[in-house]
Design a protein around this ligand. Structure first.
Ligand SMILES: *Cc1c(COP(=O)(O)O)cnc(C)c1O
Length: 233
């Protein structure tokens, strides 16, 4: 283990334990829940520690950082998942280094991703629609009412993409709600919408709401600070 103050291996174990107990309590199979370690702004030493405990899925938000880390590790069994905001001029780099993109919110980007994935023989390339569940103009993401139509356009015009489902960041009020046991309506609504989108998967749940997300039926959880400690600024 590297000389970092935060014990990543220990945190990985704690999260795995919590995942299994929550899954068990809600009658779910732990093997059906995928953990993405969100490594944005975290050191390669910490990523190495998480890798050593068996984690293979790492989430990154910035194209340049993704490139640097994927080239540094250069391991065929690591899956880099891009979960940050997309920009047209970074998409080629992202498709080159990430094996999947979870923050799709425009058809123009979807079409470019398909073009680059074809060039690199990576089709069908997995994408997830980033859903905006607060209808805030400032936040990226497709509004709930538009998700179905957007999914339809992807499915009918871009066969080189594999539409996996939806990815959401829940409203702030729920992000630190581990004490409450009641599943918020919006979580159930997201679960229901995901069922009708592509492969029907839901990516929901971060450090502050992992338990609720698992109870609500999320297929993927994306954990950053609870796994790696506070991010570098
Ligand atoms: C940063 C980030 C996370 C992880 O957040 P934590 O609160 O640190 O667990 C998850 N999903 C997305 C899209 C993120 O940008």
């Amino acid at each position: 283990m590297s000389q970092t103050q935060f014990d990543v291996a220990n945190a990985c174990q704690r999260i795995r334990n919590k995942m299994s107990s929550t899954a068990q309590n809600s009658g779910r199979d732990i093997n059906g829940i995928r953990l993405i370690a969100v490594s944005k702004k975290q050191s390669v030493d910490k990523i190495q520690d998480a890798y050593s405990t068996g984690i293979r899925d790492f989430g990154e938000n910035y194209a340049q950082e993704l490139k640097i880390k994927s080239e540094y590790f250069n391991l065929p069994d690591i899956r880099w998942v891009f979960i940050g905001q997309l920009q047209s001029n970074k998409l080629k780099m992202i498709v080159t280094h990430a094996s999947e993109i979870q923050a799709l919110n425009s058809l123009k980007h979807a079409s470019l991703i398909e073009t680059y994935a074809k060039e690199q023989s990576k089709c069908p390339y997995p994408v997830w629609i980033n859903v905006n569940c607060e209808n805030e103009a400032s936040k990226g993401g497709v509004h709930l009412k538009d998700v179905e139509e957007f999914a339809h356009q992807i499915l009918t015009t871009l066969p080189g993409l594999k539409l996996m489902g939806i990815m959401a960041i829940p409203p702030k009020t729920y992000q630190d709600s581990e004490k409450s046991s009641e599943i918020p309506d919006i979580y159930l609504q997201l679960r229901a919408i995901a069922n009708g989108i592509g492969e029907g998967r839901l990516s929901l749940g971060m450090s502050g709401d992992m338990g609720l997300a698992i109870k609500a039926g999320s297929d993927v959880i994306r954990i950053g600070s609870d796994l790696f400690g506070k991010r570098d600024q």
